[in-house]
Write a protein that binds this ligand. Structure first.
Ligand SMILES: Nc1nc2c(ncn2[C@@H]2O[C@H](COP(=O)(O)OP(=O)(O)O)[C@@H](O)[C@H]2O)c(=O)[nH]1
Ligand SMILES: [Mg+2]
Ligand SMILES: [Zn+2]
Length: 319
């Protein structure tokens, strides 16, 4: 009996769509896999064999990572979508969302949407060539209002790949398509940021299930949500359900918070003391980096706010 290797693109109750090469097989589970729920997730790499009636999943290969909401395995990146206006970005909420992604060990791509609503209000009054992947500097960023520029540059200093796009005008979408063309992408971001619109603009015909709808489903009698991977024409897959709607802090110790904060993580090895919280300790390389403008001051201030929150949570636990 030949064993084939495939990827689960849709998990239903005891029935799975598995992509094997160019084919999608509807598979049942081999008996021993059937005993507990969640043994097979969308995104799982599996071994399947054909049977008289169809095909069965024989084995699930080890997962690289996994999310609970939505239930999905082997995610390659989280595309965090944040609108530059309507709704306005709230940086510390975005920072909390990024912490969730970091805590799951997932690479983040940051997408600022609705650039059409703010471009042209910057210093020189003209929209520049926004939409390039940002590596050195941010093309077009000078066309943005100063406050938006500070926001975007803070995350650039953090090291996140950044895309400035408009799902409405199509600005910047081609570069974003390129970024998503391999592997599995899960979207995240506040309601109203434009996740559904963006995905439909990237590939007309795709329909991202909105956060609103999935929350309603989640409250219903059958709380199991069936997440599906949608194939992008240029390659790559995107989950049809956004993730990370909760903004609670990951369960970390105070001295671990910096590990989840890329620009703190980058500079912390230079601190004089191990376990430095980067607050007021002498010889702190993170504070030095803030003073030198290598870390955005507002990002550092948000780090301190969330550090305080982690500490308070710890105190309450021992009270
Ligand atoms: N001006 C503008 N509006 C947008 C853009 N993208 C989405 N929208 C609008 O923002 C609202 C929320 O979009 P939606 O895709 O439902 O957001 P989601 O909750 O993140 O899925 C809708 O009214 C969209 O038409 C954009 O690039 N520019
Ligand atoms: Mg939506
Ligand atoms: Zn330090």
């Amino acid at each position: 009996m030949t064993t084939m290797r495939g990827t689960v693109v849709k998990a239903q109750t005891n029935l799975y769509e598995v992509r094997v090469g160019d084919e999608v097989l509807l598979c049942a589970l081999r008996g021993r896999l059937r005993r507990e729920a969640g043994t097979v997730l969308t995104g799982d790499e599996v071994e399947v064999t054909r049977t008289q009636g169809g095909a069965v999943i024989e084995r699930v290969l080890p997962r690289r990572n996994q999310l609970v909401r939505p239930p999905i395995a082997n995610v390659d990146r989280v595309l965090v979508v944040q609108s530059l206006a309507a709704p306005d970005p709230v940086p510390i909420l975005l920072d909390r969302l990024l912490l969730q992604a970091e805590a799951h060990g997932l690479p983040v791509v940051l997408c600022f949407n609705k650039v059409d609503l703010v471009a042209g209000r910057g210093r020189d009054g003209a929209a520049g060539a926004v939409g390039e992947a940002v590596e050195e500097g941010i093309p077009g960023v000078e066309a943005l209002p100063a406050e938006t520029r500070r926001l975007v540059e803070g995350y650039r200093l953090a090291g996140y790949p950044i895309y400035l796009v408009s799902a409405r005008t199509g600005q910047g979408l081609e570069a974003l398509r390129q970024e998503l063309r391999a592997g599995v992408t899960v979207l995240a971001g506040p309601s109203g940021a434009g996740k559904s619109t963006l995905l439909n603009a990237i590939q007309p015909g795709l329909r991202l299930q909105t956060g609103e709808i999935s929350r309603k489903l989640g409250r219903g009698r059958h709380t199991t949500r069936h997440v599906q991977l949608l194939a992008l024409e240029g390659g790559g897959w995107v989950a049809d359900t956004p993730g990370f709607s909760r903004l609670d802090l990951p369960d970390v110790e105070p001295e671990e918070l910096g590990d989840l904060w890329p620009e703190v993580r980058q500079h912390a090895p230079g601190c004089r003391f191990r376990g430095c919280l980067h607050r007021s300790e002498p010889g702190c390389a993170v504070r030095a980096a803030v003073d030198e403008g290598l870390i955005a001051d507002w990002r550092y201030q948000n780090y301190l706010v969330l550090l305080g929150e982690v500490e308070r949570r710890l105190e309450e636990r021992y009270r």
